[in-house]
Design a protein around this ligand. Structure first.
Ligand code: ADP
Length: 626
């Protein structure tokens, strides 16, 4: 019989398939099952358009059978079938997706990339089979045809017998070699698990003969293997079901089945959109932070299905980084099955879906915050930091999306509050949103710097995450209000008394402070009378933009450039300690030097900064005692 040649481009792809070392070659079954399902779809649509035809559900299915000894796997369907011309046209050239792969061939060194990035439909069967026969009878035709090929050297077509309309594909599975084992594609359980993995939600039944060990009739001890035809796939995916049919348990089970996490999800979001784009989706907000969440190893992404067929395990493009904690699946009829990762990134449909999903997640989180505050607090504990990173990264371009989802501990409320809650109860004379940074709430509570602001009755937000201050700097202003660190030089609080006492005092004590400044040369930029201290003797504050907390964080990063905040040692001139300073300034300068050093180190300790020379510090304290 005359052998027909494949079109040149198909031939090259085929060569790659035959010699493939691609690790996910089990996808061949997904491709063939998906073709079969499409073929049944086509008949289904025909019956929809033609009143004389009816779609008898039971007649339409896909069946998979294996003959282990002969190394044969058969995939049959009762779909629309192919005519002689269609067999040549469809299976003789690589499909559109293949052409795309071919165009990129220059950039692709071997088959691995092509298969991985494009998936090549029917041809992928050559990864596991060295001979493929397709027997098909097209809808409305009497004659059936047989197409056969052993790979790149061409194919034959001849008439044959087939009773019913549909297609039967016979794969002669490759022999095992030293490096390669193909037995899983012949094995009942192997095939079953591949079907479950990739095609569980194909909407037509995928039937297979399954052997079961059962008690022999009439016997109580003897077992026999009974072979029964079973439907392997579950057919209706949970995301296509009606929300009202589903219970929380259904959603939780699915979460567990998919190994999205070992916790129970905090919230599920079931989306069914039918419009310019159509898609179904189930998304989950986990309760606990995955152990690798804040590491490079963590991979974000949603499972992506095209019409019930899995095309990608973790489609990263569906989720912005700041929502990377979201798990779940998206199924859309608008996406092509054989779509590459690169192409997918620019796919308009996918972008629309991603945008839609982003706003759904946002509004669900807002709802949670509004209506289920306790749950939101749990969420925030696990993933709040990710939201703050989200504000800080991308030059703050996402701050509008995220700022209302932030929570900070409040000095007044003694619990977490939103920025909106804070601003809405600001008294008229309060110009800024005040914050204080420190390791824990308890430590911040004791910071001398917060005295003045708290005394004034103003609320202070506690920043305990390193990223907090950086994120807030990105926001810059919330509802027209700027943020202000309680340690910053100018607190923007009007002094209570009429004259500016500290400025006057500043002048009066100028020489004393100059002296102290000289003692602390290189350590602080200035020594000043404090406007913010009431009870505590000293504290550090900063001039300029860079706060001491930011200095700490930046310097703890690898490859830091050793940044320095402009530190100011503030002295409480109303504290008795100040009298001692003044006295020693007049009588004994060496005493003043000693006190200055001690006070500076105390201020460092309060701030949670390391003391340069602890031994010297403790010796100094002893000197005072003697
Ligand atoms: P794709 O599915 O991306 O178009 P394939 O190489 O998998 O590429 O298939 C090429 C074409 O062959 C399909 O578009 C379809 O028209 C036809 N085809 C493949 N398998 C079947 C089948 N089981 N029944 C009917 N037609 C089929």
């Amino acid at each position: 019989m005359e052998k027909k040649q494949f079109k040149t481009e198909s031939k090259r792809i085929l060569d790659m398939m035959v010699n493939s070392i691609y690790t996910h070659r089990d996808i061949f079954l997904r491709e063939l099952v998906s073709n079969a399902s499409d073929a049944i779809d086509k008949i289904y649509y025909k019956t929809l358009a033609d009143d004389t035809l009816t779609f008898e559900k039971d007649k339409y299915y896909i069946s998979i059978a294996s003959e282990k000894e002969n190394r044969i796997v058969k995939i049959s369907d009762t779909g629309i079938g192919m005519t002689e011309k269609e067999l040549t046209d469809n299976l003789g050239v690589i499909a559109k997706s293949g052409s795309l792969a071919f165009k990129k061939e220059n950039e692709i060194k071997d088959g691995y990339d092509i298969i991985g990035q494009f998936g090549v439909g029917f041809y992928s069967a050559f990864m596991v089979a060295d001979n493929i026969t397709v027997i098909s009878k097209a809808f409305g035709n009497d004659k059936a045809y047989k197409w056969e090929s052993t790979g790149a050297d061409g194919y034959t077509i001849e008439p044959c017998e087939k009773d019913s309309v549909g297609t039967e594909i016979t794969l002669k599975i490759k022999e095992n070699t030293e490096d390669d084992n193909f037995d899983e594609f012949l094995d009942e359980n192997g095939l079953k698990s591949i079907i479950k993995k990739y095609s569980d939600f194909i909407r037509y039944p995928i039937k297979m003969n399954v052997s079961n060990s059962k008690l022999k009739e009439g016997s109580e001890t003897e077992y026999e293997d009974i072979v029964e035809e079973k439907t392997i796939n579950s057919m209706v995916p949970i995301w296509r079901k009606n929300k009202s049919e589903l219970t929380d348990e259904d959603y939780n089970n699915f979460y567990a089945e998919k190994h999205y996490g070992f916790d129970k999800p905090l919230k599920h979001i079931h989306i069914s959109v039918d419009g310019v784009i159509s898609y179904n989706s189930i998304l989950y907000i986990p309760e606990k932070t995955p152990y690798d969440f804040y590491t490079k190893e963590y991979e974000k992404g949603l499972e992506l299905y095209s019409n019930g067929v899995l095309i990608m395990n973790k489609c990263a493009d569906l989720l912005p980084d700041y929502f990377s904690f979201v798990k779940g699946i998206v199924d859309s009829e608008d996406l092509s099955l054989n779509i590459s990762r690169e192409v997918l990134q620019h796919d308009r449909q996918l972008q629309l879906i991603a945008k839609n999903i982003k706003s759904k997640i946002k509004s669900e989180l807002e709802n949670l915050l509004k209506n289920e505050r306790e749950k939101y607090e749990i969420f925030y504990k696990s993933f709040g930091r990710q939201l703050k990173y989200g504000i800080y990264s991308d030059y703050g371009s996402n701050k509008d999306t995220l700022q209302d989802l932030l929570l900070f501990y409040s000095s007044k409320e003694k619990k977490n509050v939103t920025l909106d809650e804070y601003v809405s109860r600001m008294p008229e004379d309060q110009k800024y949103i005040y914050y204080a940074s420190g390791e824990t709430n308890a430590r911040i509570e004791k910071l001398p710097q917060i005295e003045m602001v708290s005394d004034k009755g103003f609320e202070i937000l506690y920043f305990t995450d390193e990223v907090d201050e950086f994120a807030i700097r990105m926001i810059a202003k919330y509802k027209e209000k700027e943020f202000k660190s309680v340690s910053s030089g100018d607190l923007g609080i009007e002094a209570e008394k009429k004259e500016e006492p500290s400025e006057v005092d500043d002048k009066e004590n100028k020489e004393l402070f100059e002296h102290m400044k000289a003692v602390l040369a290189g350590k602080v930029n200035d020594v000043r009378a404090s406007k913010r201290l009431k009870n505590y003797p000293v504290c550090l504050s900063n001039d300029g933009e860079l706060t001491i907390e930011m200095e700490k964080t930046l310097n703890s990063m690898p490859n830091n450039e050793n940044v320095k905040a402009d530190k100011v040692l503030e002295i409480n001139i109303n504290n008795d300690m100040f009298k001692v300073l003044k006295e020693s300034f007049e009588k004994d300068k060496s005493k003043l030097d000693l006190y200055t050093n001690i006070l500076y180190n105390q201020a460092l300790l309060i701030e949670g900064l390391p003391i340069n020379d602890p031994v010297e510090f403790t010796n100094n304290i002893c000197k005072v005692m003697i």
